[in-house]
Structures are given as structure tokens and as C-alpha cells.
Write a protein of this length. Structure first.
Lengths: 464, 68
């Protein structure tokens, strides 16, 4: 098997080979380091490489496995972490000069659980500054989309999306405050899961917006995302928002199919080209829905009555909370921020009444989505209204207005995954979003997996 | 409160507010932020157009039960 073939194995394929002694974690890690050497100068996914540590971890994994101490499906698997995840002894910058010299003494909960599972950390990957800004950032280069280097890989977990699409890691962990796991899923043609709020510990992750931030896994297949989620899901006493909810065996139901499942399609907002959605994106999503129907699911037209204003509520809450976190840093180190400082300052403008009005609207959104999910199992939409934007400098304010398919499920805390569902004529990936009931990631993943297994997209990789 | 009672954001409001918090913004930064005010005003107008009196507790159903 060539180096490149090794790097495009799925986690679950590599795990089987490693468990059976047919693939060495050292060989797999070396293949990734060689590929990163060769291709990351084009993609700019990594901001801190941990080659020596990765090789040491790989050798330790190999030794343990040879000694009969196989830890499970992540043992010896090379992964990366968005540079918001604290890593003991390794800088964690938020891709900002403000934290350029910040070296945590303790691992974040996700990093700790991945280490315990025997995963190999290849390094820290890029992001939009502090998970909110656009491009440029005050520290490090901005990544490019491996499918077309002139385009963005999506954000804010941009490095994770770019690294996975380019075969520079097998799994990655990002964060999602307004869509940052699903947006790179859509733009980079990979799978990004925003778990339920409270499902995965946020301990040791630099915050953006405390009531919206969610952390979760990204990979090239739904099965791999399920394997990563299995490791990091569950209560953590270090995170007061972490839930005491049992964690099911995600792999056990992943392949159960969707015959008889009820799928809600909110066409009035999410498929509406008159509101500005791209016709190619909508056409790909419609084709995907036809596949779900062929697989035995029943479709039901649904409507989330207030969804068109979810973005407004989300913006008030996110900016107000982000300003609260950054207030002292902005006062003392404003010159170290990139253009994202403008968005943080914007948060100062909102009053307590604005924040509460937005929070009450949020409760309305929860009620409206819950009412729909009483009679359908999942809601399916395009992940984004448009394909990946071009690279280069972007507005520091992002898109304050207009269609937004991601924020509604941040407001509701629902699990939502983006799975590849095709390409535009220009060759840019398109994602399908599946959202479900809180703590029912198993059903969301099952639908996404049924679709992925019935189509060919997951086997496609960019040529770099 | 209705949107008509809400102080519509402007550059001076923001500058004064941030100055009180110990932050002095450059003219260029203030102007850049002000460019977003029409969008911010439109968003607030939409939010205040809703009667949200039925929604009683902001975080019900979002965070774990034991936190509510």
C-alpha cells in the first residue's frame, strides 16, 4: 500500500489492520508526517506540528499492541486538534497573537481522552482567530481548500477540514459555536458532527461563547466520526455544563438503515432559492433526499416558523458572550488581535435587554424544533446555502444577515452532522445536514451513514 | 420593551461605552464597526418584533436538566 493510500484509509479500516498486526502505527504515522511535509505547505492546515511526540506515541502504541495491550479502535491512529484545545506543554494559541506564548499545563478533556485511547497527536491545526474571525488572523497563515486552493476550506475549524480532505490526519477535533464543525464539513467534503450541548466536555477549550460553544469530532466518514465520538462523549465533572446522560454504543446502530424512519424537510426556508440559496446546492440536497426516500424513509414537509430570525438571536448572544470573555484582553492587548477584534467590540453594543430578548427567542426556537421532532426522527437540510467562498481576506463581520442553516441548531443545542452529498459544477463539495433530538446522536449518525453508504462521495479525494 | 424604545446603535454610543471600559478605539476601527450598524439594527428590530411572553426561561431544554 502506498503512503498516500495509507493516509486515506478510514480510521476503522486502519484500526482493523493495526489490531490484526498488519499495519504498524509507526508506519502509519510516518506516512502522515511525510505527506504533511509534502503537502501542508500548499494547504497550511497545521499551526504546530508535533512530529517527535507523534513518533514517540506511535512507537509506544506499537509496543503495547505487540505486547497484547490493544486499547481499542483509536490506538495508534494519527489525529489533530483545533488550536483551541489545551495541550499540556504545547502552545495553544486560538490562532491569535494574544495567546502566542500561551502553554497550558493541563490537557483539555478531549485531548486527555484521546491520549488514554492511544491516539497519536500529529499537532494543532488552524482556525479562524478565536473561532470567530475570518481571514486574515493575527497569527499564522489561513488554510486553503484542498479541492481548490483558491477557496476557503470553511471555518472556523478550517485546519481540521483542510487536513482531513488533504489526507493529513485521520480524525480531528473542532468546535462549533455557529456552525464551525459543519461548515468545514460542507466546504471541505468531510464529515463534521456538532454533538448535543453537554454531550462532550468543553473543559480546557478556549471559549468563544459559553452558552453556544460545542466541541466535536470530524473525519472523512460517518463511521469514523462515530468512533471518535464514542471516546470523548460522556459526563466530565470538570465541565459544569456536561450532562449525566448515558452514552450509547454508536457503532451498534450505525448500519441499521433508515427504512420506516420519518424525515422532516423544511423546504420553505432551507431550500428556498428565492431567499438566496444557491440552485446547485439545493439541487444536490434534493437529490440526497431522494436517496433517503429510496432507502425507505418517509418524507414530511415541516416548517420551523421563526427560523428566519434565528441568526439575529444567535448574533446577539454570541457577540455579547464573546465580548464578555475577551473584555480584559481587548483592553490590554487590542493591538495583538486581527480584524476579529471588531466583532468582539460589536458585542459591547448590546444591552441586557437585547441579550434577554435573544435568549427568549432562543427558547422559542427550542420549542418550535422540539414540536417538529415529536413527529419526525430527524430534520434534513442543505448544510450551507452556498458552496465554499473564495479564499483570501474576508469581512471581519462574516455574514451578519441573510440565510443561515447552521445557527438554528446551535440555539437549540441539537446534534447536527454535515455529510458530503456531491459537488458543484466547479468541483466544490456540498454537504447535507442531518439534525435530531437532543442526545440522539445515534439516529443522526445512522441517517448520515445510510446516505453515505448508498452514494460514492466518501471515497473521493482531492488531487494535490 | 419595543424596538422603538431601544437605543439604535451609533458610533458615538459605542466609543463612549468602550472608553468607560478602558478601551480607546482608533477612528478606523470605529468606522469599520459602524459599517455593521445597519445590519445590527435590522437584527434587533426583527428580534423585538416578537411577542416572547410565552417563553419563560431562557435555557430550558438546552442545558442538562440538573442545571435548570
Amino acid at each position: 500500500m502506498s503512503t498516500d493510500d495509507l493516509c486515506y484509509l478510514t480510521i476503522n479500516e486502519a484500526a482493523s489492520l493495526i489490531r490484526d498486526g498488519k499495519l504498524s502505527p509507526v508506519e502509519l504515522t510516518e506516512a502522515h508526517i511525510e505527506r504533511i511535509d509534502r503537502l501542508d505547505p500548499k494547504v497550511n492546515a497545521y499551526v504546530t506540528r508535533l512530529d517527535e511526540g507523534a513518533m514517540a506515541d506511535a512507537r509506544a502504541a506499537e509496543s503495547e499492541i505487540r505486547g497484547g495491550r490493544y486499547r481499542g479502535p483509536l490506538h495508534g491512529i494519527p489525529v489533530s486538534f483545533k488550536d483551541l484545545y489545551d495541550t499540556a506543554g504545547t502552545r495553544t494559541t486560538g490562532q491569535s497573537k494574544v495567546f502566542a506564548e500561551r502553554v497550558p499545563t493541563q490537557d483539555s478533556a478531549t485531548v486527555a481522552r484521546m491520549k488514554e485511547a492511544g491516539a497519536v497527536s500529529l499537532g494543532k491545526v488552524a482556525l479562524a482567530e478565536f473561532g470567530l474571525g475570518g481571514s486574515p488572523t493575527s497569527l499564522f497563515e489561513t488554510p486553503s481548500n484542498p479541492w481548490n486552493l483558491n477557496y476557503s476550506p470553511g471555518g472556523s475549524s478550517s485546519g481540521s477540514g483542510a487536513a482531513l480532505a488533504a489526507g493529513l490526519c485521520m480524525g480531528s477535533f473542532g468546535t462549533d459555536t455557529g456552525g464551525s464543525l459543519r461548515n468545514p464539513g460542507h466546504c471541505s467534503g468531510i464529515v463534521g458532527l456538532k454533538p448535543t450541548m453537554g454531550r462532550v466536555s468543553r473543559f480546557g477549550v478556549i471559549p468563544c461563547s459559553w452558552s453556544l460553544d460545542t466541541v466535536g469530532p470530524m473525519a472523512r466518514t460517518v463511521g469514523d466520526v462515530a468512533s471518535l465520538l464514542q471516546i470523548v462523549a460522556g459526563h466530565d465533572p470538570n465541565d459544569p455544563t456536561s450532562a449525566h446522560v448515558p452514552v450509547p454504543d454508536y457503532a451498534a446502530t450505525l448500519g441499521d438503515g433508515i427504512a420506516g424512519m420519518r424525515i422532516g424537510i423544511p423546504r420553505d426556508y432551507f431550500f428556498n432559492t428565492e431567499l438566496g440559496a444557491d440552485t446547485e446546492v439545493i439541487e444536490r440536497a434534493e437529490r440526497a433526499i431522494a436517496v433517503l426516500q429510496e432507502l425507505g424513509a418517509s418524507l414530511e414537509e415541516v416548517s420551523i416558523p421563526s427560523v428566519q430570525d434565528a441568526r439575529s438571536s444567535h448574533m446577539v448572544i454570541m457577540h455579547a458572550e464573546a465580548f464578555a470573555y475577551h473584555r480584559e484582553f481587548l483592553r490590554d492587548h487590542a493591538e495583538d488581535y486581527g480584524p476579529v477584534r471588531l466583532r468582539f467590540w460589536l458585542g459591547a453594543l448590546y444591552t441586557a435587554e437585547d441579550y434577554l430578548q435573544a435568549s427568549l427567542f432562543r427558547q422559542r426556537m427550542v420549542r418550535e424544533v422540539d414540536e417538529i421532532l415529536e413527529h419526525v426522527d430527524v430534520i434534513v437540510t442543505p448544510t450551507m446555502p452556498r458552496p465554499a467562498p473564495s479564499g483570501g481576506a474576508s469581512s471581519p463581520f462574516g455574514t451578519l444577515m441573510g440565510l443561515n442553516f447552521l445557527a438554528p441548531f446551535n440555539l437549540t443545542g441539537s446534534p447536527a452532522v454535515s455529510v458530503p452529498c456531491g459537488f458543484t459544477a466547479a468541483g466544490l463539495p456540498v454537504g447535507l445536514q442531518v439534525a435530531g433530538r437532543r442526545f440522539d446522536e445515534a439516529t443522526v449518525l445512522r441517517v448520515a451513514n445510510a446516505y453515505a453508504d448508498a452514494t460514492a462521495w466518501k471515497g473521493m479525494h482531492p488531487s494535490l | 420593551m419595543t424596538y422603538s424604545q431601544r437605543l439604535i446603535p451609533n458610533e458615538q454610543d459605542l466609543a463612549r461605552m468602550l472608553e468607560r471600559a478602558g478601551m480607546n478605539l482608533s477612528r478606523a476601527d470605529l468606522e469599520a464597526i459602524a459599517s455593521s450598524f445597519p445590519a445590527v439594527s435590522a437584527q434587533l428590530e426583527r428580534l423585538y418584533s416578537y411577542d416572547l411572553s410565552r417563553e419563560t426561561y431562557p435555557f430550558r431544554g438546552i442545558f442538562p436538566e440538573e442545571l435548570q
